[in-house]
Ligand binder design. Sequence first.
Ligand SMILES: Nc1ncnc2c1ncn2[C@@H]1O[C@H](COP(=O)(O)OP(=O)(O)O)[C@@H](O)[C@H]1O
Ligand SMILES: [Mg+2]
Length: 226
Amino acid sequence: MAKGEIRAIIGPNGAGKSTLFNVMTGLLPPDCGQVIFNGARISGLPPHRIIRRGIGRSFQITNIFPRMSVFENVQVALFAMHRKNRDSFSAARKFGGIEEETLFILDEVGLADKTNSPASVLSHGDQKRLEIAISLASRPMLLMLDEPTAGMSRFESRSTVELLKKIAAAQGLTLIFTEHDMDIVFGISHKITVLQQGTVIADGTPEEIRNNPEVKRAYLGEEILD
Ligand SMILES: Nc1ncnc2c1ncn2[C@@H]1O[C@H](COP(=O)(O)OP(=O)(O)O)[C@@H](O)[C@H]1O
Ligand SMILES: [Mg+2]
């Protein structure tokens, strides 16, 4: 992937999309091959060290602290990041303190008006946005989102994706995501990778994927793309 690229990983259920994410973030070891990030090999490192190299992720299953407030969920993530840095205090000061940074991130994802709500009372879409906020707390260069719009209404999905696009552009983030809605995939991605049974069957621009006969046959269905 190139820096600043938005890439979708698509493929039928069971194709290996989440597994690929797990390999890239150190939760699973690769059987062969390696993961290179910023020119250095990261496969073999534990997940927390991979996060420190600049990869943030969210999970297919929502992963927040339901009893804590929206604010606290992000604050805890920021504390965890800063605490491990030797220069934690200067880092925190640089960001104007963790409180300000928390509010900044919540504002970015559109949750500024819900900071005091317990996370459990948020709508599903807002919980997903909170997860994105938590993954932004590590200031990633690469953000990996596994089905960020799963379970959202069409309207919620659209606005979440617009939000992601905006954040990615504003911060120069590289974004890799999985998604079932092909309108979203083809609308936002610079590049698309198609997985089937653990194998990449196509990789290219939306135009190239749209016109790839194997993709049409294997997965997308001709009617979707014609
Ligand atoms: N490259 C692979 N080789 C063997 N098994 C795989 C591979 N990728 C995924 N699997 C297995 O396939 C199953 C579904 O994979 P998953 O990553 O959850 O698919 P997806 O997220 O695309 O729906 C999991 O049990 C996983 O262990
Ligand atoms: Mg999956």
